[in-house]
Design a protein around this ligand. Structure first.
Ligand code: ATP
Length: 341
C-alpha cells in the first residue's frame, strides 16, 4: 500500500508518499512564513493554492520515478481541523488527484494523525497522547472505538499562546523556537538559583487547562521591563509544567503506561525533558516522534491514510467536505482492529 498524503491545515503546504510495505516516507513541505505578525488566514490560503500543487507534483514525480505509473494506491488529505480557506484548497487538490489517478480518497483528522504517528513510530499498544500543537492542546486516550478527549485547553492552543507573547515582543512567527533559544540563555539550573522564575498564572482545572492568562501576564512582564530571556524561561516552565501535570493525571486515570507526544511544540527539548522525567518517575514509557513528524507535515497524513485505506476506511467524493472544527473524538477508529497484534 502506497499513499500520497496532502496536508495544509494552516501554515505548512506538504505532500508525502508513504510506502506501508517498507515503512518509508518521503515528505516535501513548503511553509508559509509571515513577514510580520501571526498567520494571516487569507495569506495562508494564497500560499496553499500556490504551494500545494508544487509539493504534490514533486512527490508524485518521485513516486512515479521509483514505482512507475501505478505508484499510488490512495490519496489521503487533512479534512480538519484547520483554517477553512486552506482546507478547501487541500480538499480540492486531493479530490482532483484521486479522480485523475482513479484511486480511493481518504479523509484524515489532522489531530488524530498527530497522535497516530507517535503510536506508529513507537509501536506502543495503547498510549495516552499529548497533542501540543499550535492551535490545539489536548490529551487523548483510546477507548471503545474512539479517541476520547481526556483533557484540553479551555482557550488558546499551546503554540498560539507562546506565539502571542513573541508577537508582543516583535519577534517573527513562529515564536516557539525563539522562546526556546532565549530560555536556554538563562539556563535550567534552578537548583543553584541561576534563574529567577517569574510568577505567572498556572491554571489547571482537573484535566483541563488554560493559557490565555499566561500570555497576557508574560506580555505585562515584558512591558514592566523584565528581561525577555527570563520571561521566556518562566513561560516555558509554567506552560510545560501544566502539560506535564495533566499528562501524568491522564496516565493515572487511564492506568496506561505509555505516553506519546505530538504537535509542533513537541519539538521543544524542555517539554520533552519534563515529560520524559515524569514518565521515568512512574515507570511509564515515553516517545517523542522525529521532529519532521511533529510540526505539521503530510507524512503523518499519509501514514494514517495508509492504515485507514487498508481498513477500507475511504470516503466518497460527495461526502468528503472539509471540517474546520473536526474534533478527534468524532472519528470512528476503524484501523486499530485491523493491525497485527
Ligand atoms: P495544529 O496542528 O493544532 O493545527 P499548527 O498548524 O499551528 O497547529 P504545528 O506545526 O503543530 O501547527 O505547531 C506550530 C507551533 O509550534 C507554533 O506555534 C510554533 O511556535 C510552535 N513551535 C515550533 N517549534 C517550537 C519549539 N522549539 N518550542 C516551542 N514551540 C515551538
Amino acid at each position: 500500500m502506497r499513499v500520497l498524503g496532502i496536508e495544509g491545515t494552516a501554515w505548512c503546504a506538504s505532500a508525502a508518499l508513504h510506502d506501508a510495505e517498507t515503512d518509508s516516507t518521503l515528505i516535501e513541505s513548503d511553509p508559509y512564513e509571515p513577514d510580520s505578525g501571526g498567520i494571516h488566514p487569507r495569506e495562508a490560503a494564497e500560499h496553499m493554492s500556490e504551494a500545494v500543487p508544487e509539493v504534490v507534483e514533486t512527490v508524485l514525480d518521485a513516486a512515479e520515478a521509483e514505482y512507475g505509473p501505478d505508484a499510488i494506491d490512495a490519496v489521503a488529505f487533512s479534512r480538519g481541523p484547520g483554517l477553512g480557506p486552506c482546507l478547501r484548497t487541500v480538499g480540492t487538490a486531493a479530490r482532483s488527484l484521486a479522480g485523475a489517478l482513479d484511486v480511493p480518497l481518504v479523509g484524515v483528522n489532522h489531530m488524530v494523525a498527530h497522535l497516530e504517528i507517535g503510536r506508529h513510530e513507537s509501536g506502543f499498544s495503547n498510549p495516552v497522547c499529548l497533542n501540543a500543537s499550535g492551535a490545539n492542546a489536548h490529551l487523548l486516550g483510546y477507548h471503545d472505538g474512539r479517541y476520547r478527549v481526556l483533557g484540553e485547553t479551555m482557550d488558546a492552543g499551546v503554540g498560539n499562546a507562546i506565539d502571542k507573547f513573541t508577537r508582543h515582543v516583535g519577534w517573527t512567527h513562529p515564536g516557539g523556537p525563539k522562546v526556546e533559544a532565549a530560555a536556554a540563555e538563562v539556563g535550567t539550573d534552578r537548583g543553584s538559583g541561576a534563574a529567577d522564575l517569574l510568577e505567572l498564572p498556572y491554571v489547571v482545572k482537573g484535566m483541563d487547562f488554560s493559557f490565555s492568562g499566561i500570555s497576557s501576564a508574560a506580555n505585562d512582564a515584558y512591558d514592566a521591563g523584565e528581561p525577555v530571556e527570563e520571561i521566556c524561561f518562566s513561560l516555558q516552565e509554567h506552560v510545560f509544567a501544566m502539560l506535564t501535570e495533566v499528562s501524568e493525571r491522564a496516565l493515572s486515570l487511564t492506568g496506561a503506561d505509555e505516553l506519546v507526544l505530538g504537535g509542533g511544540v513537541g519539538q521543544n527539548d524542555r517539554l520533552r525533558e519534563m515529560l520524559a522525567e515524569m514518565c521515568a518517575a512512574r515507570g511509564a514509557a515515553f516517545h517523542a516522534p522525529d521532529p519532521r513528524y511533529l510540526r505539521d507535515n503530510a507524512g503523518m497524513i499519509a501514514v494514517l491514510g495508509a492504515k485507514m485505506a487498508a481498513a477500507g476506511d475511504t470516503i466518497a467524493i460527495r461526502e468528503s467536505r472539509i471540517d474546520p472544527n473536526f474534533r478527534p473524538d468524532e472519528v470512528p477508529v476503524t484501523w486499530r482492529d485491523a493491525e497485527p497484534s
